[in-house]
Design a protein around this ligand. Structure first.
Ligand code: ASP
Length: 333
């Protein structure tokens, strides 16, 4: 009986309509971004490299927070930050994405709207300058959620999105990684030390949330491999009732755990455990299976949280409560 009551209570909480800014007080906004997690250690970075990453994170953070502070939408903040990072060759997304085994660049991206759980995702595209905007077009079109390869390119032909030759995305550093991976028979993470996927999550002043993730996947990927980033519920998820999440890491494990949805599903029933504990617990499941990486999330209450089980994660978070943080290494916490 008591069990049934608890279940009913949980069901009521889960089915509760989106609360504008749950609770009293000033409307809040919050925002978080990542540029990948991995073996990112102070000892292996020059001060110049570190400054470049911090400047890139700061630019993406500023783009999103300006929109949110001015009353703009979570969706606009997420796409503004991600399109900037897609153009930045330091990150494994858009220009600067990793190479496939065949020496091409194929992007994955997803975007989700927490208001109604509308979502759009694409995988294996090779000519769309901003894959996150193609995911947005899929979402707006609404007939499908997830498009792949040649079909996604044909869909892009019907949009106004900018197209570029595949070579436009290529960088020497990424080409060398592929060459090393092949010559020394290394895994993607051995050769790159880090995952460089980009992502953003936002809560706007209206209480709406959005999540987006964009990546080139893993160096040397083949056989049409798809990572977690474009898989709704694995690398990307948003639901106004619970949270918005974007992930980076060893995609196969994030898919198996269903990381982004798992975190959002657990949040409405949090009691003793806080948001950070729940995110850490789900990331511990990833680690138990043998995977590594990290997540960023925002909640209706205005929290912006990071959780990662790697030495570092490129990350940033500003909130209306006055938090503003850009960090790289684990010890920056
Ligand atoms: N999660 C991405 C994937 O597995 C890789 C990354 O985070 O950089 O495709």
């Amino acid at each position: 009986m008591r069990f049934r009551f608890a279940l009913a209570l949980v069901a009521t909480m889960i089915a509760a309509p989106a609360m504008a800014q749950d609770g009293a007080g000033e409307p809040r906004w919050s925002f978080a971004i990542h540029g990948g997690a991995g073996t990112i250690e102070r000892a292996s970075m020059t001060p110049e490299q570190e400054a470049e990453y911090r400047a890139a994170l700061d630019a993406a953070l500023t783009a999103g927070e300006d929109i949110l502070r001015d009353g703009g939408s979570a969706m606009d903040a997420v796409t503004a930050a991600i399109t900037l990072m897609e153009d930045d060759p330091k990150f494994n997304a858009g220009r600067g994405a990793v190479f496939t085994w065949d020496g091409t660049i194929e992007h994955d991206a997803a975007l989700m709207d927490g208001r109604n759980r509308a979502a759009g995702a694409i995988t294996g595209t090779s000519t769309v300058r901003h894959p996150i905007l193609l995911a947005q077009e899929v979402m707006r079109d609404g007939r499908h959620v997830f498009l792949s390869g040649a079909g996604a390119e044909t869909f892009a032909d019907g949009t106004d999105l900018e197209r570029v030759p595949n070579e436009w995305f290529a960088t020497d550093a990424r080409r060398k990684s592929l060459e090393r991976l092949k010559a020394e028979q290394l895994s993607a993470i051995d050769v790159d030390y880090k995952y460089g996927t980009v992502g953003a999550v936002a809560l706007d002043l209206e209480g709406n949330m959005a999540a987006g993730t964009s990546t080139g996947g893993l160096t040397g990927k083949r056989w049409g491999r798809i990572g977690d980033a474009p898989v709704i519920g694995a690398g990307t998820y948003a639901d106004n009732r619970s949270c918005a999440v974007s992930a980076t890491g060893a995609g196969e494990y994030f898919i198996r755990v269903g990381v982004a949805h798992e975190i959002c599903a657990k949040l409405p029933i949090r009691g003793i455990l806080g948001t950070q504990d729940i995110a850490d617990a789900v990331m511990a499941e990833v680690k138990d299976l043998g995977g590594d990486g990290g997540v960023i999330l925002v909640t209706p209450g205005g929290e912006a949280v990071f959780s990662f089980n790697t030495p570092g994660m490129y990350r940033g978070r500003p909130t209306s409560a006055g938090v503003r943080e850009i960090a790289i290494y684990g010890e920056d916490e």
